[in-house]
Design a protein around this ligand. Structure first.
Ligand SMILES: [Zn+2]
Length: 83
């Protein structure tokens, strides 16, 4: 049995920066589903921020915007493509 080696994968080689922090003109708005769709998986789920690279406060407002967009039917709750 080999001891579990502590592989440190968290290097600063490619630091993902939050797109909303990087671009100040990018505004989280529930009325722009085209922008929100970037942060939604193809199944209609919100992409976790470790994948999207969105920072915590922006992920929060993103979630709110997506939820709001769903309520006003700009976006689907889940794309149920049951073919
Ligand atoms: Zn941010």
């Amino acid at each position: 049995m080999k001891p579990a080696e502590p592989t440190r994968q968290r290097r600063f080689g490619r630091r993902k920066v939050c797109p909303f922090c990087a671009d100040k003109t990018l505004y989280i708005d529930y009325k722009t589903p085209s922008m929100l769709k970037r942060f939604i998986s193809e199944r209609g789920k919100i992409v976790p921020r470790r994948i999207s690279g969105v920072c915590a406060p922006h992920q929060r407002s993103l979630q709110t915007a997506i939820k709001r967009a769903r309520i006003v039917a700009f976006m689907p709750y889940s794309s149920s493509t049951a073919d």
